[in-house]
Design a protein around this ligand. Structure first.
Ligand code: FES
Length: 402
């Protein structure tokens, strides 16, 4: 079979000729081909086109509904008893439902188009290796043109528009949710247990606003069941999730995880009031993304070998050292403290930090020391923060200087 066509010869061929040539050159044999609607204006063709258009319209409506729900539905978290709980509960199912319908409907329309409109054809092709040459590339283009012509989409203006709109909207259904991840990292909000919304603040930053912060342990306490004349109900009044810690609560060589607890949220010891409900605030502190701190009590013999970091010499209280629990590699909790070696281990990628040397990394991918929290003891004997961390917590980001 002739394969070497000059550009002139190729230019002189019509699209049909090129498409036929392409089929032959590809060693494709069309075993069977039948037009679906050989007679113009066949009512069956109109029915088929209508069925496809209905699916496309369903896809478009569902995609618009998805975007409407995504942009305007009340999505802010609502707890039990809150007024908008019903609407909030529907948010995620509605997103799933509308996006699912829009993509499925577009899929149905495409399948129906191929089944009902594109000519029925069975072709057989031999496989061959090697790169395509010029003639193949030209003929493939011609075949694609031919496919466009035989699809009859060119003359079906309405369906072409619908297909385009459905395709674009289905794409938006996939892309739009990424917008929710766009966040301005410099935008400051109110300072709370979560910091002020910027990466370099945490619940411990409240100390800079003059708030006295206790080092508090999570008791894991949950809502309590109460029975009364009105029946049984659960209440968090009097439930203290966080309780203050004293030095003697920790054995030598021991470790505990502590969170910031503002003086006004204390509800334990001699300040305990069974009517006060501080549960929600305690949970905010526990859930603050950079709040977790490891409180370590070194064994006295080990404490004598400690090498302090310059500028942090007075951050410890006796044998007690407090390091951020957020790994400086990519932010996992460095939850393991190995008493014999005084090493802090991050289970994510095996970074190790030396508790005797200001949390300096000694193994693994972490490149910076764990930030150390200045601590002391107040007049009542509870451990309190002596200040805020002096460097940002967690993994690197471009603004951090240390
Ligand atoms: S996050 Fe800790 S080692 Fe990677």
């Amino acid at each position: 079979m002739k394969k070497n066509y000059t550009a002139q010869e190729l230019n002189s061929m019509s699209n049909d000729d090129l498409a036929r040539l392409g089929t032959e050159l590809d060693e494709v044999t069309v075993a069977y081909r039948k037009e679906r609607f050989p007679v113009p204006n066949d009512p069956a063709e109109k029915r088929a086109a209508r069925g496809i258009s209905i699916w496309l319209v369903i896809g478009i409506v569902a995609a618009i509904a998805f975007l409407g729900v995504y942009l305007f539905w009340p999505w802010q978290y609502q707890g039990h008893g809150d007024e908008n709980l019903g609407m909030f509960t529907l948010y995620t199912p509605l997103l799933g439902l509308t996006s699912g319908i829009s993509i499925l409907a577009l899929g149905f329309a495409c399948v129906l188009y191929v089944q009902r409109i594109i000519p029925e054809e069975i072709s057989v092709q031999r496989r061959h290796d090697g790169p395509s040459d010029e003639v193949d590339r030209r003929t493939v283009t011609a075949l694609l043109n031919d496919a466009w012509t035989t699809s009859t989409l060119g003359r079906r203006k309405a369906m072409k528009g619908l297909l385009g709109a459905a395709g674009v909207l289905a794409g938006l259904v996939v892309i739009a949710p990424l917008g929710g991840m766009v966040k301005n990292p410099w935008k400051r909000g109110e300072m709370t247990y979560h910091g002020d919304g910027t990466l370099w603040t945490s619940g411990w930053t409240l100390h800079e606003n003059g708030v006295k912060l206790y080092l508090a342990r999570d008791t894991g306490a949950i809502a309590e069941e109460h029975s009364g004349p009105t029946g049984t109900h659960f209440t968090t009044a009097g439930v203290s999730r966080l309780v203050r810690v004293r030095p003697e609560d920790l054995d030598a060589g021991g470790m505990d995880t502590v969170f910031p607890l503002a003086a006004e949220d204390v509800n334990d010891g001699d300040l305990y009031d069974p009517q006060r409900d501080v549960y929600e605030n305690h949970m905010h502190s526990i859930h603050g993304p950079r709040n977790a701190v490891m409180l370590i009590r070194l064994r006295t013999a080990d404490a004598e070998r400690v090498i302090e970091r310059e500028g942090q010499e007075d951050f410890h209280y006796g044998d007690y050292y407090a390091y951020s629990k957020i790994c400086t590699h990519v932010g996992c909790p460095t939850s393991l403290y190995e008493q014999q070696t005084n090493r802090i281990l991050c289970p994510c990628h095996q970074s190790q930090f030396d508790a005797l040397q200001y949390g300096k990394p000694v193994f693994g991918p972490a490149a910076r020391a764990l930030p150390q929290l200045p601590i002391t003891v107040d007049e009542e004997g509870y451990l309190v923060a002596g200040g805020n961390f002096i460097e940002p917590l967690g993994p690197a980001f471009w603004e951090r200087r240390s």
